[in-house]
Design a protein around this ligand. Structure first.
Ligand SMILES: *Cc1c(COP(=O)(O)O)cnc(C)c1O
Length: 426
C-alpha cells in the first residue's frame, strides 16, 4: 500500500470514526490500510494510488452488472436532469413496484425505502403490528441491518432470549428476540412449541450471506414455513442480499417457499440507495396510510435511485443471465478449491447463483459455530496476498463474495492463477 491511500486514511481517521462510514471497510479484521477507491469499470476497481484490482466485493452485493454499466449510468444521468427529488409520487416508482410484484409472486404490495436496514426494521414493525405480538425469532450469524431489535445475539445455551450485540440497545428490547441456530429445525420446533403463540415473526436470510455464505438445508426452510403457518406468525425472508442475486426468482423461488413478507435491497438499487419490503396484501394493508403501522421516508422512492434499480432489474432479465453468472461463480470456487488442494491447504468453497463463500476449513460450514471454526489467520494471509496481487476480496472471513456479469472467464482464470501462486507459497 503506497502513499496516497495511507494519507487519505490518516485524514479520514481525524474526522470520521475509524476513518470509515461502515465498520467492515476499516480492515480491522485483517489489519492494514484499506485502499481508497477512485473508480470502477466492469469487474475492476482502481484505488487512489492507481492500482487496479479484480473486484469480488461489488459494493457488498449490489453491483450484479459490475461497475458503471453504461445503460444504468445513462438512466441515472437522464433522470437527474429532470430533478433530484420531489417527495411526491412519480411514475418510475410505479414501474419499479409493478416489476417487483411481477418477478416475485409473493408480493401483492411493495413499498420502497432507502436501505436494507429500513426495510427489515419496517417489516418487523409491520409483523408486530399485524399479529399484535412482540416476540421475534432470528438465527445466529444472520444479519438484518442495524436496527435495535436485530442487533441481538444468542444467550448462553439454546432457547434463551437474546442479549444486545451492540452498545446502546436496550436489554428490554433484546428480550423480545429469540436467537436460534441456523439450519436447526429441531430447535425451531422446540421454540415454537414453547413460545409459538407469542411469536410475531421469524426473520431469516434464506441463504445466509453475512456469516460468510451458509447454504440452507431445504428442510430448514420448509419447517420455517410450516411452523409460521401453524402459529400464525409472519415469515420474513430477508432477501436484501439474495434477492436477484441467487436467481431471478430470488431465494424464495429457488427453494420453492412463499414467505409472508420479503425485504429487498442491494441489487434492486443497482448501486444506488433503494430497498423494499412487501408481501401479502392483508399484512401490507396495515401500513400507513392504509393502516395503523407507521412508516415513512423523505427520500423513499428517490427517482435517481429507482432509475438505477429499474435499469438493473431490466438488464438481469436477459435469458440465460443467471445461468451464466452461476457458471462463473462455480468456476471460481472450483478453481480456487483445486488450487488449494494441489498445495495441501485446508480449504473449501461453494457458490449459489452469483454469491460465493470461501472457507479455510475442510468442509463448507452449516451454521455459525462451524463458520467460527475456520482458520482466520490462514484467511488473513490469503486475503493480503491476493490483495497485493490485485484481487480484491471482502476484508473479513465472515462475508460472502460476489461475481458480476462483467467478470469474464479470463478474469476468473486470472484470479485462480494468482490464488494458486499464493497457496503454493503457503
Ligand atoms: C446488507 C444487508 C442488510 C442491510 O442493508 P443496508 O442497506 O446495509 O442497511 C440487511 N439484510 C441483509 C440480509 C443484508 O445482506
Amino acid at each position: 500500500m503506497t502513499n496516497r491511500n495511507r494519507q487519505l486514511f490518516e485524514r479520514a481517521q481525524k474526522c470520521i470514526p475509524g476513518g470509515v462510514n461502515s465498520p467492515v471497510r476499516a480492515f480491522r479484521c485483517v489489519g492494514g490500510t484499506p485502499p481508497f477507491l477512485v473508480s470502477g469499470q466492469g469487474a475492476r476497481v482502481t484505488d487512489a494510488d492507481g492500482k487496479t484490482y479484480l473486484d469480488y466485493v461489488g459494493s457488498w452485493g449490489p453491483l450484479i452488472l459490475g461497475h458503471a454499466p453504461p445503460k444504468v449510468v445513462a438512466a441515472v444521468r437522464e433522470i437527474a436532469a429532470q430533478g433530484l427529488s420531489f417527495g411526491a409520487p412519480t411514475e418510475i416508482e410505479v414501474d419499479m413496484a409493478e416489476l417487483l410484484c411481477r418477478l416475485l409472486p409473493s408480493l401483492d404490495l411493495v413499498r420502497l425505502v432507502g436501505s436494507g436496514t429500513e426495510a427489515t426494521m419496517s417489516a418487523i414493525r409491520l409483523a408486530r403490528g399485524h399479529t399484535g405480538r412482540d416476540l421475534l425469532i432470528k438465527f445466529e450469524g444472520c444479519y438484518h441491518g442495524h436496527s435495535d431489535s436485530l442487533l441481538v445475539k444468542a444467550g448462553s445455551g439454546m432457547l434463551t432470549f437474546g442479549h444486545p450485540d451492540s452498545g446502546g440497545v436496550p436489554v428490554d428490547l433484546a428480550r423480545h428476540t429469540l436467537v436460534l441456530d441456523y439450519n436447526d429445525d429441531a430447535a425451531l420446533a422446540q421454540a415454537f412449541a414453547r413460545h409459538g403463540e407469542r411469536v410475531a415473526a421469524v426473520i431469516v436470510e434464506p441463504v445466509a450471506g453475512n456469516m460468510n455464505l451458509v447454504a440452507p438445508r431445504p428442510e430448514f426452510l420448509q419447517s420455517l414455513r410450516a411452523q409460521c403457518s401453524q402459529y400464525g406468525s409472519v415469515l420474513i425472508f430477508d432477501e436484501v442480499m439474495t434477492g436477484f442475486r441467487v436467481g431471478l426468482a430470488c431465494a424464495q423461488g429457488r427453494y420453492g417457499i412463499r414467505p409472508d413478507l420479503t425485504t429487498l435491497g442491494k441489487v434492486i438499487g443497482g448501486g444506488m440507495p433503494v430497498a423494499a419490503f412487501g408481501g401479502r396484501r392483508e399484512i401490507m394493508e396495515k401500513i400507513a396510510p392504509l393502516g395503523p403501522v407507521y412508516q415513512a421516508g423523505t427520500l423513499s422512492g428517490n427517482p435517481l435511485s429507482v432509475a438505477a434499480g429499474l435499469a438493473t432489474l431490466r438488464l438481469i432479465q436477459t435469458p440465460g443471465f443467471f445461468a451464466e453468472l452461476e457458471r462463473r461463480a462455480t468456476a471460481l470456487c472450483n478453481g480456487l478449491t483445486a488450487a488449494a488442494i494441489k498445495h495441501g491447504a485446508v480449504f473449501s468453497a461453494q457458490s449459489i447463483g452469483g454469491m460465493f463463500g470461501l472457507y479455510f476449513r475442510a468442509r463448507c460450514p452449516e451454521n455459525f459455530a462451524e463458520v467460527m471454526q475456520c482458520d482466520q489467520a490462514a484467511f488473513n494471509r490469503f486475503f493480503h496476498a491476493m490483495l497485493d496481487a490485485g484481487h480484491y476480496f471482502a476484508p473479513s472471513p465472515f462475508e460472502s463474495g460476489f461475481v458480476s456479469s462483467a467478470h469474464s472467464d479470463a478474469d476468473i482464470a486470472e484470479t485462480v492463477a494468482a490464488a494458486e501462486e499464493v497457496f503454493r507459497k503457503g
